[in-house]
Design a protein around this ligand. Structure first.
Ligand code: HMG
Length: 392
């Protein structure tokens, strides 16, 4: 019999601050509806200078570790586009910050937003090969574009931690998937840049073409059809992109569907992302948390996942929700984090934006956020992290 492997526990983290797109629109002399309706975004989570992908990742993983024996984790796969070091993996930083045992592998995985799905699939295969292993997959990103570019309104930040194990309690990842790679320049970030470059309109076209290609491969590989899927999760750079993706898939598969059916299959997975913004590699899985936290009665339902990473690599795969999954969700923490964020003025956002640029000399950061882990400073070109007083 095929060994069941998948997501045993999942929790996400975001920052303590947001910039409202109403504030952003007023600053840029734009109509707020362009963002609220046109791209489907209302807020973007903004990281202060003492928060980075490491502290967000540790904040996402900590409640999972509190429920298991951390010595059981055989590997950490850390997916990110916004890593902090060209050599040392973000996974090793998090391993230290979380105080994990030394008998553990720790690596970083990159391909823009696709890396989270890549890490998940690699973890599933590792556990299938050795069912006694448990892999901690973390996807963590801070989306940053240049000021006054089309991408600026689609920034955000978040991290998702997932424990991948045999006989999972939340989602069983099904065998078989569809994947697609094409060497294109729709979004990229050369090593010397802290912000991404994007050919915005082109990137949306490449995303939609990749969806068609990955879907066709998925159908061929698995024999599953559109009608076999109950809920659809897409990579969400902005929620209107997921709406366009679903419309594209309905058309491509020649499915007859009215807008109520479309909404029922997709809206619950978009609620959190509308408030958080793009979190690159984490965004698809924050969408999955949004689906589970906002849509009841998912037991035994099939959920599909479309991961898209610019550049580009895409994958379409599916999973089955496990009966009793609702007993293991961390909905209260997700909602509390989103609701307790503090609004920023445009000037405060600019201050965070510029102070988060990588300093070339020693620096001690002020305390900006109340999360359980902080980036305290950089000395001798080494990043220093600490647990805070709010670390339970
Ligand atoms: P833009 O030029 O700011 O906006 O760029 P626009 O003028 O195209 O307007 C956007 C939509 O709002 C349009 O609707 C307008 O009609 C509508 P659409 O034609 O798309 O259906 N609109 C309004 N609606 C209501 N009331 C109004 C109003 N005004 C306009 N008053 C763009 C949009 C997506 C290009 C920009 O946001 C951008 O560059 N974003 C960054 C790139 C991006 O997110 N691409 C997505 C695909 S690539 C991807 O997902 C990978 C990524 O996550 C990175 C990774 O892989 O790591 C980015």
């Amino acid at each position: 019999m095929n060994q069941k492997v998948g997501i045993d526990l999942i929790h996400f983290a975001t920052s303590d601050f947001f910039l409202g797109l109403d504030v952003y629109a007023a600053q840029k002399n734009e109509d707020y509806d362009k963002f609220k309706i046109g791209i489907g975004q209302e807020k973007m989570s903004i990281a202060p200078p003492d928060e980075d992908v490491i502290t967000l990742a540790a904040k996402a993983a900590q409640p999972i570790l509190a429920q298991i024996n951390p010595a059981e984790i055989s590997s950490i796969y850390f997916a990110t586009e916004s890593g902090v070091d060209q050599s040392k993996s973000a996974a090793a930083f998090v391993h230290g910050l979380l105080g994990l045992p030394n008998r553990c592998r720790a690596i970083e995985i990159k391909h823009a937003c696709y890396a989270g799905a890549a890490a998940l699939q690699m973890a599933v295969n590792a556990v299938k090969a050795n069912p006694s292993e448990k892999v901690l997959v973390i996807a963590s990103d801070i989306a940053r574009y240049d000021l006054d570019t089309s991408g600026e309104a689609t920034q955000g930040c978040g991290a998702v931690a997932m424990l991948i194990a045999a006989n999972p309690r939340i989602l069983e990842i099904e065998p078989g998937s569809g994947y697609f790679t094409e060497d294109v320049m729709d979004f990229w970030r050369p090593n010397y840049r802290e912000t991404a470059l994007v050919d915005g309109k082109y990137s949306t076209k490449v995303y939609l073409n990749s969806l068609k290609q990955a879907w066709t491969h998925f159908e061929e590989n698995t024999g599953r059809t559109f009608a076999d899927i109950d809920y659809f999760c897409y990579h969400i750079p902005f929620t209107k992109m997921a709406e366009k993706a679903h419309k594209q898939l309905v058309k491509h598969t020649k499915t007859k569907q009215d807008s109520a059916q479309t909404q029922a299959q997709t809206i619950a997975s978009q609620i959190y992302n509308r408030e958080i913004g793009n979190s690159y590699s984490a965004s698809l899985f924050i969408g999955f948390c949004s689906l589970m936290d906002n849509q009841p009665d998912l037991a035994d339902k099939r959920v599909s996942f479309f991961s898209y990473g610019s550049g580009c690599v895409a994958e379409f795969f599916s999973g089955k929700m496990v009966a009793g999954y609702e007993n293991y969700l961390m909905t209260a923490s997700h909602q509390q984090q989103i609701n307790q964020r503090k609004p920023l003025t445009y000037q405060q956002y600019l201050d965070f934006y510029h102070n988060s640029e990588c300093p070339k000399q020693d620096i001690e950061f002020e305390v900006y956020h109340q999360g359980p882990f902080r980036l305290t400073g950089i000395q001798d070109q080494k990043r220093n992290y600490a647990r805070t007083a709010n670390n339970s």
